[in-house]
Design a protein around this ligand. Structure first.
Ligand code: GDP
Length: 525
């Protein structure tokens, strides 16, 4: 196969949902179709369940599961599919945001009874920001759910995207009969007692009496619904889907493996193959000859005695080859990788080559930071790996005077992994850790102790938000910094950050200093 063909057959995507909507179940069914796993139950949920006693070993064990399921690759009908797993727990939302930057498209799972939930709305914002093509699966049709037209309205409103149903359900719950595939013009009948897939019946013309024979009195309702669908929603258009203007919608029951094959077959056909990636210097196209890639995730090894980490590289162009010299742009030096790994289903194995769209795991002992670019030699800096404004803050202090160095090193490396963000206050040099969730503080404390032998002490700080500040008007910026000197800090890259104690104080600052831009995300480059 030529390099072009390899690239074209790749589909790299993420599945996002609010916890419990069915992401793990769908992932597992997709892997079953790909023959990547043989039995149900092989895919472990990456949900971090916080126990009442803050069982740290449990968190560690669960982190182990999440490295195993970070990337799941499999072959299906000539396509190479890479599913990038996104932590469902909202305390790990930053990790999810970064993983989304490595996805060429996304499947959103929505619970048919609950509709669009908070976490889905939040993750969709990231997709919208990056114009990532999305497909929606309305799941759990075997349970009584909401009216499909209501759900379509809600998805349009809440996710701010025009929907385009490609399948349509016939009832839900005990009366669920199946789905009509609008895209392929056929009907799949649901049988609660059978787990295997039944053959779809073609219906070019839904007005034939045969439809009544199949689904009885529901046939007329289906015809009415389809007429409405036809009148209300735009026809499917690949370009609009690529531009993230419309979202194709599917209905099904992941648990009963129903509607999943329809989704997968359509997905491989319409979803984008690897897309160009923006760098500061230029846009990099996947078909380019030279290898380029960037690190979007770093995962620490489970073994505390070996501080090895695995850096996840998204291949953006060319071809990645084992034992070849590549250029680590930030460090300005050449590096060779003797044991790059790829992820097939839940297994990890050493590979010789990888193509755009693929994710390669590079064993690392501290050379990489999130956002690092590797190339064949070109000075390139990929953009778009966002850092989000944290919402919880604690001062971190050394609790063991003998271990000062260990603490500093531990903090440094954990921040490189993107576990949380470090801010150093300008006026007194105190270190402040900002996170998006409370669980991270526990993870940091635990890992500092077990991996670096360092102890820390936390002092909570009541803070509303940290935002990055910049301005073309240097005088105003300097004035502001002087006036608010107690609340000015530097992030890890030396950028100015304003720590706002309340929403009110932030609004005041914004109106008093109109020439200053207050940013709630910063791009790591
Ligand atoms: P995740 O948190 O989004 O990964 O959700 P899971 O895949 O772990 O599913 C949450 C729960 O919903 C589990 O108990 C699943 O068995 C159940 N579930 C998933 N899909 C379906 C479905 O189609 N129908 C029904 N009835 N239950 C489902």
């Amino acid at each position: 196969m030529t390099r072009e063909e390899e690239i074209k057959r790749r589909r790299t995507f993420g599945i996002i949902s609010h916890p419990d909507a069915g992401k793990t179940t769908l992932t597992e069914k997709l892997l079953l179709f790909g023959g990547a796993i043989n039995v149900a139950g092989a895919v472990k949920s990456n949900k971090i369940k916080k126990t009442a006693t803050s069982d740290f070993m449990e968190i560690e064990r669960q982190r182990g599961i999440s490295v195993a399921t970070s990337v799941m690759g499999f072959e299906y009908e000539g396509y190479k599919i890479n599913i990038l797993d996104t932590p469902g727990h909202q305390d790990f939302a930053e990790d999810t945001f970064r993983t989304l930057t490595a996805c060429d498209s996304v499947i959103i799972v929505v619970d048919s009874a609950k509709g669009v939930e908070a976490q889905t709305r939040k993750l969709m914002q990231v997709c919208r920001m990056r114009k990532t093509p999305v497909i929606v699966l309305v799941n759990k049709l075997d349970r009584i759910g909401r009216d499909p037209f209501d759900l379509m309205d809600e998805i349009e409103k809440e996710l701010q995207i025009q929907v385009c149903p490609l399948t349509w359900p016939i009832n839900s719950g005990p009366d669920f009969k199946g789905v009509y595939n609008i895209y392929r013009k056929n009907l799949s009948l649901y049988r609660a007692d059978i787990q295997s897939i039944t053959e779809a019946i073609d219906f070019e013309d839904i007005n034939t009496p045969e439809l009544d024979e199949q689904i009885g009195s529901d046939a007329d309702t289906l015809r009415e619904h389809l007429e409405l669908v036809d009148g209300v929603y735009p026809p499917f258009n690949n370009e609009e889907y690529f531009d993230a203007e419309i979202a194709p919608v599917f209905f099904g029951s992941a648990l009963h493996n129903f509607g999943v094959k329809e989704l997968l077959d359509c997905f491989v056909e319409i979803a984008p193959s690897p897309l160009p990636t923006k760098a500061i210097e230029r846009v990099v196209k996947p078909m380019e000859e030279e290898f380029t890639g960037y690190i979007f995730k770093i995962h620490a090894n489970m073994d505390p005695n070996h501080r090895n980490r695995l850096a996840f590289v998204k291949v953006c162009s060319g071809k990645f080859e084992r034992n070849t010299n590549y250029y680590h742009v930030r460090m300005g030096k050449k590096m060779k990788f003797s044991s790059p790994t790829a992820f097939m289903a839940e297994k990890k194995s050493i590979i010789d080559e990888a193509y755009p769209g693929d994710i390669v795991g590079l064993p690392d002992n501290g050379n990489f930071k999130i956002g690092d670019t590797i190339t064949g030699g070109e000075e390139l800096h990929f953009k778009g790996l966002p850092s989000f404004s944290p919402e919880m803050f604690k001062y971190i202090d050394n609790a063991d005077p003998m271990k000062y160095k260990q603490l500093a090193k531990g903090i440094d490396q954990l921040m490189d992994e993107g576990v949380a963000q470090l801010f150093t206050l300008d006026f007194n040099g105190r270190k402040l850790i900002g996170t998006v969730g409370a669980l991270q503080f526990e993870v940091i404390e635990y890992r500092l102790l077990h991996e670096y032998g360092a102890s820390c002490r936390w002092t909570p700080m009541n803070m509303y938000k940290a935002c990055w500040i910049s301005s073309d008007d240097q005088e105003q910026l300097e004035n502001f910094k002087k006036h608010k000197y107690q609340y000015i800090a530097k992030d890890k890259h030396g950028n100015d950050v304003f720590l706002a104690e309340s929403q009110y104080l932030l609004q005041m600052a914004q109106s008093n200093y109109p020439k200053i831009t207050f940013n709630f995300t910063s791009e790591l480059v």
